[in-house]
Design a protein around this ligand. Sequence first.
Ligand SMILES: *Cc1c(COP(=O)(O)O)cnc(C)c1O
Length: 397
Amino acid sequence: MKLSSRISSIKPSPTLEITVKANALRAEGRDVIGFGAGEPDFDTPDTIKKAAVKAIEEGFTKYTPVDGIVELKDAIIKKLKRDNQLDYTRSEIVVSCGAKHTLYNITQVLFEETDEVIIPSPYWVSYLDMVILSGATPVIIGTDPAQGFKISPRQLEKAITAKTKAIIINSPANPTGVVYTLPELKALAEVIGEKEVLVISDDIYEKIIYDDMHFCNIASLSEEMKRLTIVVNGVSKTYSMTGWRIGYAAGPEEIVAAITKLQSQNTSNPTSISQCAAVEALNGNQSSIGEMVDEFKKRRDFIVDALNDIPGISCMLPQGAFYVFPDVSACYGKVYNGKKISSSSDFAAYLLDEANVAVVPGADFGNDKHIRLSYATSLRHIEEGMKRITNAVLKLS
Ligand SMILES: *Cc1c(COP(=O)(O)O)cnc(C)c1O
């Protein structure tokens, strides 16, 4: 069977793959500790579940408008006003089946072969493949821990060409947990505004933020930036609702209408029941978020200290999301059982084989010196995992 060249140009999501692999090993009876998960380990709050049950009982189980029900659009409009001081109308909002779907739709309606799309690295795995699938060329701006994993205005300026269509900004970021400050965004906005480049602002980790850092969206800096920005967000991470599949875009009407048209030819509306749950998530009591973030912060502090205690590993303190992205490259060149470790995937394979610990190689996020660990797992698991990684690293010579 000859599949399309389009599908052959991309790879499966490695983070989902590592979870599948860890689960398969567990099914074989191996006691694997997984740091691969890209989702909160908390339950969806009860009030949200109840809203979904009510929707089912009331028979709200049919097609809805393709771009989402009015109640949800209004809840999103209220949220963007309340949390981000951004004003949108219903025709500037489209609800999709998760923020991943939103991002996919955006890349499909905006990009084509002649376009370049700027992606700061380390990047979330799917940006790259989505851009490739659209036919456009990804232009990667590399960053390292010395610059706090943040791109500078100068780097951005150098990366922009006549073909540049858009830049993807993700703050707090997956996999680094880096958060751009208001002055940093202002400096980037100056370059972006001057060059008239679109911004795709992936705000999915907006609420998972620590140490009195304040979330800021580049769209809120000026009317001009708002005109250039498509805000992407969803309920998956904030409300532990990854399985419900609700994400959304807010932005220029023309782009939103194009997304709605595309969606009308593939998924149609996102699940009616999930939309009702998302209305409750956005409009209801927000206290579950604070509780979740407090717990994540404890784990973050523990895991960063534990990693920095391991000889050969160094880890920056992330200020948002629920990942750490330590540099493990000091272990490269070392040998165990005659096998030499020389890349992040070798290192991850070593940890899985020898220590029963699942992590994601940094190469998948564009940086081969690092690995990604999610701390969306219990403190008990994290403690045990850190012991195993320590022992495994000490065995290398
Ligand atoms: C998890 C994640 C998403 C997608 O979330 P959905 O579950 O599809 O809403 C988007 N961007 C980043 C950076 C993520 O980590």
